[in-house]
Design a protein around this ligand. Structure first.
Ligand code: S3P
Length: 165
């Protein structure tokens, strides 16, 4: 049985949806960012601050290579996982890829002003979100199924994913 892999921008609901979906399907849930935090003993913010984004991406790649070998899991990835084609090749080989999206406004509301996300912890976060979304749109477009969660609760998002599966 294939993994169910959630990709998508920060604030689109990958972690909350993934946890609920795994519970509903009785499958293990893996959140790649939380796994990296456990393995390094640092928060994602601390990892970026102390070691830089390049180091974080290397840790992310190593974690993805391991979780992609799981079976039957629900996997929530970090928003930048799509930047590395190797990540996507590995995740796709053993999983169905579901992309969650949301409008810029909803993303800004959900990620909050004092964001724990290093890429958004800056005054021009609105421009950053718009720019990163535009840059990454073709990469998120590789999914098997895309769902806009702007007007959906995590519960409704889960129902729609189950209907697709
Ligand atoms: C990132 C998204 C974050 C986290 C890191 C970088 C990104 O994960 O991996 O801050 O590049 O979009 P979430 O999408 O779970 O916030």
């Amino acid at each position: 049985m294939k993994n169910i892999v959630l990709i998508g921008f920060m604030g689109t609901g990958k972690s909350s949806t993934g946890r609920l979906l795994a519970g509903r399907l009785g499958r293990p849930f893996i959140d790649v960012d939380r796994k990296i935090e456990r393995e390094t003993g640092l928060t994602i913010g601390e990892l970026f601050a102390q070691h830089g984004e390049t180091y974080f991406r290397a840790r992310e790649k190593a974690a993805v290579a391991r979780v992609a070998r799981y079976r039957k899991a629900v996997i929530a990835t970090g928003g930048g996982v799509v930047l590395d084609p190797d990540n996507m090749r590995r995740l796709r080989a053993g999983g169905v890829i579901i992309c969650l999206t949301a409008t810029v406004q909803v993303i800004l509301e959900r990620t909050g002003r004092r964001s724990t996300r290093p890429l958004l912890a800056r005054p021009d976060r609105e421009e950053i979100v718009a720019r990163l979304l535009a840059e990454r749109a073709p990469l998120y477009g590789q999914a098997d199924f895309t769902l806009d969660t702007s007007d959906l609760t995590p519960q409704l998002t889960v129902e729609k994913i189950i209907a697709f599966l």
